[in-house]
Write a protein that binds this ligand. Structure first.
Ligand code: SF4
Length: 353
């Protein structure tokens, strides 16, 4: 029997209303890397729904449970780590995500408070999740042996249970080395009519907002996924929605500043193509760019008004904007976009980013 690795990006379910309806892209990337790099060595599965994870864990507790850490699911993820330890104390529990503090003392305090966690991965987990599983396999799937190994870019427990930490690694710039979880088919089960497909066309944000985890220097550089891969993903998703869940109209783009880069016009054009072919998407949820309104307008024109424009204005006070380091975001850009959108009767909403 191959060791079971469960990767879960959970969300609360309030009597059928999901607190977050986004397809679990982050853990999808991790599984895609593991499927490619650890073929035949593990049996990995993705989970988005707590009830399905609960049933699967009760049927056969996994050897490894990996959970995401966002502000909207941290307690739920920790609950499942505690459950995993109750069902099998030898289960390796791993958490990772952006809800971890950037401060060393707070990181350690969090890890101390949660003995149900064996590892907290710091930074991007696409490849580190694979490395952690590999270290576990090399340890003969023994948690005791695993604790003798050194883990990088992580908080973890040593052989005596002591807390160890290795510095967060720099971000990996060759994002195309992560196989597409859509094109490899592993996201197919999430075209279930309840979740919204999401892609990421780039990672990183050039702005430095002091209140945001992406405002740190670590996130500044923008790494782009290949344009052909994105075209294939957009077409794949639209076709799947058309075949499996035509009631879904929404499409999500995870970027921090969609529309701000020249190539986003091309990406929007691909979305316009799928609208003609499959009638999808009818609504695009993306955090749009803060500058370069002329490019954003061109993107909007490609998608028949489906892209809702979000304007994030924390304050109109120049002093406040300077203090939170948003002075580089030009208010004139907002005005220009408002005139364009209102003139065409298109949606314009406000958002925090
Ligand atoms: S709030 Fe938005 S624009 Fe500012 S750093 Fe974060 S992601 Fe970038």
């Amino acid at each position: 029997m191959k060791p079971k690795v469960f990767l879960a990006d959970l969300r609360y379910n309030y009597l059928g209303v999901l607190a977050n309806d986004t397809a679990p892209l982050g853990v999808g990337y991790m599984k895609a890397v593991m499927d490619r790099d650890l073929p035949g060595e593990i049996d990995s599965r993705l989970f988005a729904y707590p009830d399905k994870l609960l049933a699967a864990m009760k049927e056969t507790p996994p050897e490894v449970l990996m959970v995401s850490d966002y502000c909207w699911n941290e307690q739920l993820s920790l609950f499942f780590c505690r459950l995993a330890k109750r069902l099998n104390p030898g289960t390796l529990t791993v958490m990772g995500g952006p809800n971890m503090s950037l401060e060393l003392t707070r990181q350690v305090a969090f890890f101390e408070e949660h003995p149900e966690l064996d590892v907290f991965i710091l930074g991007e987990g696409d490849f580190l999740a694979r490395d952690t599983v590999k270290a576990y396999l090399n340890a003969g799937c023994s948690l005791g042996e695993f604790r003798k190994a050194e883990l990088f870019s992580s908080l973890y427990r040593g052989p005596e249970g002591q807390i160890l930490r290795n510095e967060t690694w720099p971000r990996y710039d060759k994002v195309d080395e992560i196989p597409s979880p859509y094109l490899s088919g592993i996201m197919d089960e999430f075209f279930d009519g309840r979740l919204t497909p999401m892609i990421e066309t780039n990672r990183g944000c050039p702005f430095s907002c002091t209140f945001c985890c992406q405002g740190t220097r670590w996130y500044t550089k923008v790494h782009y996924f290949g344009i052909e891969r994105l075209r294939d993903e957009i077409h794949y998703i639209a076709k799947k929605v058309h075949q499996l869940c035509p009631q879904v109209g929404a499409f999500r783009i995870a970027d921090s500043n969609y529309g701000m880069y020249e190539r986003d016009i091309e990406i929007s054009r691909y979305i316009g193509e799928t609208q003609k072919l499959y009638g999808y998407p009818t609504y695009i949820d993306a955090t749009t760019g803060k500058n370069r309104p002329e490019r954003i307008i061109k993107s909007l024109e490609q998608v028949n008004g489906a892209l809702v424009l979000y304007q994030a204005v924390q304050s109109l006070d120049e002093n406040v904007l300077r203090n939170v380091k948003r002075q580089t975001i030009k208010l004139e850009a907002y005005e220009q976009l408002q005139v364009h959108m209102r003139g065409r009767g298109l949606a314009l909403l406000s958002r925090c980013c």
